[in-house]
Ligand binder design. Sequence first.
Ligand code: FBP
Length: 358
Amino acid sequence: MVHPQTPGGCVQTSVTTIERFILDQEDRYPEATGELSNLLYDIALAAKIIAAAIRRAGLVNILGAQGAENVQGEQQQKLDFLANETIKNSLKHTGRVCVMGSEEDEDIIPVPPESSVGKYAVLFDPLDGSSNIDVNSAVGTIFSIYRRISLEGRGTVADVLQPGCLQVAAGYIMYGSSTMLVYTTGQGVHGFTLDPTIGEFLLSHERIITPRVGQYYSVNESNFGRWDKAVQTAVRGLKGDVPDAVKPKNSRYIGSLVADFHRNLIAGGVFLYPADSKNTNGKLRLLYEASPMAFIAEQAQGSATDGLNRILDIVPTHLHQRTPLVIGSREDVGFVADMIRRVTTSSATSGAGSQPAS
Ligand code: FBP
């Protein structure tokens, strides 16, 4: 057995595993039943299975398309399918879940009749950043957990259509240069790195606080021409057009929400996926992309908006609804939201409207 090494090579005998950390947090709540803790372990286990598959993706036949289209109209990747099945199989027999919702499944996913039903509803994006899979760039898994609102029996769609402010836990796993699991249960944001030598998620980033002002802006600028004037003005501002208001930022965009969000969470920055003339409600999904990331951002003293509203206050109406997203360092998100509000109101008063600016 190889033990974790401290610098200088001696064996590190005191490590904080995710299990121990969650238990310590749970101890602060005498009324806690341990069910949520166990559910987080179930997700950590699924993450290890997915990480192992991704690490070997180029060696075993799981790169490329699965050959089917998912509910988003996207070509489902083999790893999308694998990750989706892995998470469903890790949760459905635990007796902790009443219903699930996934980016890859059109409808809510009931708990099988032979399994007992629990008090949590779980939503997830099994593999975020699919376009990065075959080019070996960072991808991720995003999850969001709610306490059920239906009283008994199998869960219903009402259990998943809850505003983000009612989440009891949220997190993501990033499959990057290392595999990291970052989560919050409303007691700060904590990061764990998977130690492949012992197969354990170990505490590596306790109580993450994101800088109030960041150094990066992350947006797909190829959509610039399809943005309205308000968004164009805000992005120009981030690039240095209004130096008195905001110091020019450096551009970074991986095209995987988890990877772009994680960089900005640690180093400071703002990620945007605005609405545009093609994606009039934005591209990203509220329930299993924007809301969980918004809960983490706010718990790390950052913020998240759709430009006008706090993401966590948006009441969802359907499982796969999309939302514009501006998320990250508090003052940078504030700057973008302020620009959008100002330009939108001034265009409204001047009757210019919010068509894509030429
Ligand atoms: P999925 O891969 O889960 O569908 O996620 C959508 C996503 O890949 C995000 O991770 C990313 O931020 C965005 O789409 C990239 O979109 P685009 O290629 O249009 O910039």
